[in-house]
Write a protein that binds this ligand. Structure first.
Ligand code: URA
Length: 183
């Protein structure tokens, strides 16, 4: 574990702990307010993120930004990161060995940020952080408390692009997060 951001980020950006290092363009470390009360965790970079080095800048990110705007969540005030920091080729799901190799970076980010609430975007984030036994459809919209942090699983924004009917639930879940943040 690193006690400062510079060292953590520097090490993460030259990481060779898994095979994704061979195909990445950029490590997508994360972005946002390092003192955020609210954090979002996605799955892993897509093509646009791999190209830019910034999380959630592609189609799914644009949809998430629109939801943020509508609900009154300021993207600059939150911190956004992913389970794996390098793009899985062809946007396949990250494999267990890749998740295991990468997760310490995210754990370190969470320790440094000390968020009150973490939104888990989609099934990969839910399973990696809370439990492999949980499914996103049943778990979304419910609060989970783990080690003093409140977790809200919801659908991944990319899932909303494939299935319009999920948008209302994503919206509802973010509204609940916003409500909780204001308490
Ligand atoms: N999907 C993710 O899970 N993370 C990103 O950064 C972009 C798309």
């Amino acid at each position: 574990m690193y006690s400062n951001w510079e060292e953590l980020e520097k090490n993460c950006k030259v990481c060779k702990k898994c095979k994704l290092c061979k195909t990445r363009t950029n490590v997508v470390f994360g972005e946002g307010n390092k003192n955020a009360d609210l954090m979002f965790i996605g799955e892993g970079p897509g093509a646009d993120e791999d190209y830019s080095g910034i999380p959630f800048v592609g189609k799914a990110g644009k949809l998430m930004n629109m939801a943020f705007q509508g609900i009154g969540i300021n993207r600059e005030e939150v911190y956004i990161a992913n389970i794996v920091k390098c793009r899985p080729p062809g946007n396949r799901n990250p494999q267990d060995d890749e998740v295991d190799a990468c997760l310490d970076y995210l754990r370190n980010q969470v320790i440094l940020i000390k968020p009150k609430v973490i939104v888990l975007l989609g099934s990969i984030a839910l399973k990696a952080i809370l439990s492999k036994d949980l499914g996103i459809t049943k778990s979304r919209g419910k609060w989970f408390n783990k080690n003093g942090i409140l977790y809200m699983p919801t659908f991944h924004p990319a899932a909303l692009l494939r299935d319009d009917t999920k948008k209302i639930y994503f919206w509802k879940d973010l509204k609940e997060v916003k409500r909780r943040m204001l308490l």
